[in-house]
Design a protein around this ligand. Structure first.
Ligand code: NAX
Length: 327
């Protein structure tokens, strides 16, 4: 039996948490032979902590063989203690009439605190993944607080966008979605993101040939992927939850699987023309479990360059808005 790994999850009593925790405990994230201890962190709000109790009871009631312990807390120092993976899902939602700048700042404060505590108490091999929006910028803020853990340990999730893009391409081409490969998301997890269709393949052929409809790829395809979150809210009356949890399972599973090629928001370091210090969705290859390298060298045409410039501009603006929160 392997030693259990400690997985901290914030926002554990929220919508995404309710779909996520059961998948982690079942082995979907770390594999069928890897025991886990779940360290569940909620905001210090009575209602949230009560709901968390219920979620923990349900986890108990599943009798998952791999689940070796559950911690419930509102104290980050307890929640992140010795954590090998820190999944930062909890965030403050955008309220009615709230300005984007206020959302950035309110959430920024949460991620300053969590970044500091993770750096102080998490395991030496800790990996951090941010889902709570604005995910790229929250991740940048948390990483900026770390003195011990290197910046590349901090990633943000764009996998939901990749999964959405893969399905849209498969539907348009009329093929099974497993025929679609190498569709990567560049930039921000926001409507400005760029799903780089020119590098994707469908059934072994370039996607641009298999679909042969450039106006659709440049227009409705990019728009549908970029605005899918809003479409789900309009239809469901609530934001994506099960698909977001599933994407986080995929994000981490791919990061612990050497050779996996996937989209992750990481410190850009100037790749593909992004500002060096923003966190941008990029194609990566997992090297060893938990580590990755950015895949360089995909050629970008003028259309792709303009899309990347637009999403980079938004990321740089977000960075400027929270400049006083970066240390
Ligand atoms: P919910 O509002 O259902 O749950 C969020 C939970 O976080 C709440 O239970 C709340 O009490 C808790 N929380 C708030 N502040 C906290 C703190 N400081 N420490 C610990 N817990 C805290 O939202 P949910 O639908 O689960 O979504 C969570 C986040 O994911 C949101 O920011 C949302 O915008 C974001 N998303 C990101 C996606 C992505 O692809 N990156 C897609 C889905 C989702 O929209």
């Amino acid at each position: 039996m392997k030693t259990p790994i400690r997985v901290a999850v914030t926002g554990a009593a929220g919508q995404i948490g309710y779909s996520l925790l059961f998948r982690i405990a079942s082995g979907a994230m770390f594999g069928p032979d890897q025991p886990v201890i779940l360290q569940l962190l909620e905001a210090p709000i009575e209602k949230a902590l009560k709901a968390l109790e219920g979620v923990a009871m349900e986890l108990d009631d599943c009798a998952f063989p791999l689940l070796k312990g559950i911690v419930q807390t509102s104290d980050p120092a307890v929640g992140f203690k010795d954590a090998n993976w820190c999944l930062l899902v909890g965030a403050k939602p955008r309220g009615p009439g709230m300005e984007r700048a206020d959302l950035l700042k309110d959430n920024g404060r949460i991620f300053i605190g969590q970044g500091q505590v993770i750096d102080a108490v998490a395991a030496a091999d800790a990996r951090i993944c941010v889902v709570g929006n604005p995910a790229n910028t929250n991740c940048m803020i948390a990483a900026s607080q770390a003195k011990r853990l290197p910046a590349e340990r901090f990633t943000a999730m764009v996998r939901l966008d990749q999964n959405r893009a893969q399905t849209q391409l498969a539907k348009k081409a009329g093929v099974d979605l497993t025929a679609v490969k190498d569709i990567f998301i560049y930039g921000n997890h926001s409507p400005t993101m760029f799903p780089a269709f020119a590098h994707a393949s469908i059934g072994g052929r370039p996607a641009t040939e298999a679909i042969n409809d450039l106006p659709w790829l440049q227009g409705p395809f990019c728009e549908t992927v970029g605005k899918r979150g809003a479409a789900i809210i309009a239809a469901r009356g609530a934001s994506s939850a099960a698909s977001a949890a599933n994407a986080l399972v995929d994000h981490v599973r791919s990061l612990v699987t050497p050779g996996a090629i996937h989209s992750v928001a990481v410190k850009a370091n100037g790749a593909y023309g992004f500002d060096a210090n923003v966190w941008a969705g990029l194609p990566v290859r997992t090297t060893t479990p938990g580590s990755y390298e950015v895949i360089h060298g995909y050629a970008m045409d003028d259309f792709a360059k303009s899309k990347i410039a637009a999403t980079n501009k938004e990321l740089a603006e977000e960075r400027a808005l929270v400049a006083d929160m970066l240390s």
